[in-house]
Design a binder for this molecule. Structure first.
Ligand code: PEP
Ligand code: MN
Length: 314
């Protein structure tokens, strides 16, 4: 039976010619396009760790956390000035003032900033401050926004829609790429499944990491904070994501000496836990470079072995 509107993973080269690995043989079977954000390299061998608050709430909170994130050894600062909230009566972010605070935090710490933009009309404004623009899970299907950020000439962090298939996610990346911007980093942040909400916020889909790597040359990172919704799960989920081949992590951090966070406090970790994750990520890199030394000796074997292990279509 043929059904309207269905796309299959085999269709990716046809529907996503700009981001598909098969349609861009220059990347080979395992090559990654390195996306550079103010000197930080996604897909460049060393996993990138991004830490920071869920929302920019105040100067003291965000700048204080930025220093803590820097001391923990992370590479970039995250923080939402515009927040997508379930209730319109909840804190919606501090907007323009939040953007100013983020730029102060960057000035003081040197950490590049990733922050979310939700409104196509605000892309220019947010891009003036952000080193990387985040498209959130709820907006992955917002094709007007995707085209607008594609024109912004800034690297994009594209979160996976919470109910999006891999094909739909890559289709969203293709919308950005169509505007001439291939500086896209994918971010898995958990998907809806039947147990989501029972013992964790979403279901962290780590299997999508090797699958995405087969289908696209774009780097992929993981957000263990929104995926789990439970601070105690963030550290093991981070290690698991790196083991599965994630090019980096996006993690929410809080310090209650600045007051209880206005959103997502239950999933935030402290700076000490972030430092342990950074250390694990650095050790992982050392192991990986030893492995790649071994692999380069039998390189033809490695990519076909990877395919066979994953049992994915070639
Ligand atoms: C966020 O990272 O701030 C966020 C809102 O995440 P998501 O879009 O994945 O829910
Ligand atoms: Mn959050």
């Amino acid at each position: 039976m043929r059904i309207a509107g269905q796309v299959h993973i085999d269709d990716i080269p046809k529907i996503c010619p700009l981001v598909s690995r098969a349609a861009n043989p220059q990347y080979g079977e395992v090559g990654t396009r390195v996306v550079e954000v103010a000197g930080v390299r996604f897909g460049g061998g060393r996993p990138v760790v991004i830490g920071g608050p869920c929302a920019v709430e105040s100067h003291a909170q965000t700048v204080g956390l930025a220093h803590a994130v820097k001391r923990a050894g992370a590479d970039m600062l995250r923080g939402g000035a515009y927040k997508p909230r379930t209730s319109p009566h909840d804190f919606q972010g501090s907007g323009l003032e939040g953007l100013c605070i983020l730029s102060i935090a960057r000035e003081e710490t040197g950490l590049p900033i990733v922050t979310e933009v939700m409104d196509p009309r605000l892309v220019g404004e947010v891009a003036q401050v952000a080193d990387m623009l985040q498209v959130g899970s709820r907006n992955m299907h917002n094709y007007i926004l995707l085209a607008e950020v594609g024109r912004a000439r800034k690297p994009i962090l594209l979160k996976r829609g919470m109910s999006a298939s891999l094909c739909e996610w890559l289709g969203a990346a293709e919308y950005i790429a169509k505007q001439g911007n291939l500086d896209i980093v994918l971010c898995e942040r958990g998907i809806r499944g039947f147990p989501s909400g029972e013992y964790s916020r979403y279901v962290l889909d780590l299997n999508v990491i090797p699958a995405a790597k087969m289908l696209t040359f774009l780097p992929i990172i993981v957000d263990p904070s929104h995926a789990t919704g439970v601070s105690a799960m963030v550290e093991p989920a981070s290690r698991a994501a790196l083991e599965m081949g994630s090019h980096g992590l996006l993690i929410e951090v809080a310090d209650i000496s600045f007051g209880e966070p206005k959103c997502d406090g239950l999933q935030a970790i402290d700076a000490a836990a972030l430092a342990r994750i950074v250390q694990f990520a650095h050790e992982k890199k050392a192991v990986r470079s030893q492995e790649s030394g071994v692999r380069s000796k039998k390189e033809t074997q490695s990519s076909s072995a990877l395919k066979a292990t994953l049992a994915l279509p070639s």
